[in-house]
Design a protein around this ligand. Structure first.
Ligand code: GDD
Length: 383
């Protein structure tokens, strides 16, 4: 099949939807399909696009911000539809399906599949009177016109219900990760990294874009309690975003500056050792509608490195963490409950190690991109 993927989220931009889009494109190409991806242009993407080409993925970059992409992408999508025999169109989120519909995918009888992540189904970005109603109507129309919807969790599937999509068109395909990219790293490398970071004792880790819903502030608020039992503990935060300055200020207000390390954005290839060096991975994301956690790939990445995880019981996180087996779920916005869960894992290294091992096994057996791409391929082929 020739599969046309259209996505406003794609590397080199960082985030879970970007990871999903790249893994799906590569995974479908690996299964022998011809894959073209229309995505936003970014400075210096040449080398990256050469890597995609080597993996069988042809990228067509469109000069555009992420927000303007559904309009700016239309000519490129139309050109591709005209010049090639596209068998299936795959939009990575509904705004990209809008580009496909505007470019005439329906007129050409090309089936349309649409992935759904979470917040894009709830966002209310239009601030002008009446504008949001128009936006909502367009979103509803686009979603209802898709032949197949692929939500990444049970939670995201539940967000599709109000759109009135028949259940037969909805197929949950959970996110995954790559167990050959994320795996346990030997103790000497972990120790070297901890020494470099200046982490002498237990290490808590978050990997995240620094935006409000991720709940990094809740970890900072829980930390004084954790430090009472584990005075040598450190909290390492990898990732960047608009909340960084406020979080750095909060850490210093709480008198935690020497225990907290903000690393900024980390190259993908270096994340593995960070995850593996941590005693616990933590991300207590809150449900601050419309900003919600559709799944949480980072929990799988940490688990694949055999690190136990703690997440909040919100959004799609209960699909990403098997409570009591690969990690713990805690209530959101509750520093006391989080401190207790952190204390539980730091205080019982054996059960923490067992959870880490179970996290690795779960990724190897089920929650990997290989399996996700198998499912998606089977569904696309059936359209
Ligand atoms: N290289 C690098 N450096 N990668 C990073 C960094 C960094 O500093 N910070 C975050 N990432 C990567 C993580 O490694 C992971 O692959 C991705 O960005 C984050 O993915 P998620 O944890 O899933 O969160 P998200 O909010 O960006 O993604 C949204 O869509 C996902 C896909 O469906 C959310 O809705 C998620 O819940 C959902 O899983």
């Amino acid at each position: 099949m020739h599969i046309l993927v259209v996505t406003q989220d794609f590397p080199p931009d960082v985030g879970g939807t970007q990871t999903y889009a790249a893994e799906m494109a590569r995974g479908l190409a690996r299964r022998g399909h011809r894959v073209s991806v229309v995505c936003p242009d970014r400075p210096g993407v040449r080398a990256l696009d050469d890597e995609f080409a080597a993996a069988g993925v042809r990228t067509e970059r469109v000069a555009s911000t992420q927000d303007a992409f559904p309009i700016k992408a239309v000519p490129a999508v139309r050109r591709l539809l005209t010049r090639h025999n596209v068998d299936v169109a795959f939009a990575i989120a509904w705004p990209s399906a809008l580009a496909l519909l505007s470019a005439g995918v329906r007129r050409r009888n090309i089936p349309l599949a649409l992935a759904a992540h979470g917040r894009e189904l709830l966002l209310e970005p239009v601030g002008v009177p009446g504008g949001q109603a128009v936006y909502d109507a367009v979103r509803r129309r686009v979603i209802r016109r898709a032949d197949l919807l692929l939500p990444v969790s049970r939670y995201t599937a539940s967000l599709l219900v109000p759109f009135g999509v028949p259940a037969t068109r909805i197929q949950i395909v959970n996110n995954g990760t790559d167990p050959d990219v994320f795996f346990p790293v030997d103790a000497a490398q972990c120790a070297a990294l901890r020494a470099r970071l200046g982490v002498p004792g237990p290490m808590l880790l978050t990997v995240s874009r620094l935006v409000g819903r991720k709940g990094v502030n809740t970890v900072l608020e829980a930390l004084p309690d954790v430090l009472r039992a584990h005075p040598g503990a450190s909290y390492v935060v990898a990732g960047d975003g608009p909340d960084r300055d406020a979080l750095v200020a909060l850490a210093s207000q709480l008198g935690l500056a020497e225990h907290v390390h903000f690393l900024g954005r980390i190259p993908y290839a270096e994340l593995r050792t960070l995850y593996a060096a941590a005693d616990v991975f933590v991300l207590p994301a809150r449900e601050s509608r419309p900003d919600v956690e559709g799944f949480g790939i980072v929990f799988l990445e940490a688990g694949a490195c055999s690190t136990p995880v703690i997440g909040a019981d919100t959004g799609g996180i209960p699909d990403a963490i098997e409570h009591g087996r690969t990690g713990l779920l805690v209530p959101p916005d509750d520093p006391a409950a989080l401190a207790q869960a952190l204390g539980e894992l730091l205080g019982s290294p054996d059960s923490a190690a067992a959870m880490g091992a179970a996290g690795r096994k779960r990724v190897e057996e089920t929650f990997n991109w290989q399996r996700a791409a198998d499912h998606v391929e089977a569904r696309l082929t059936g359209l």
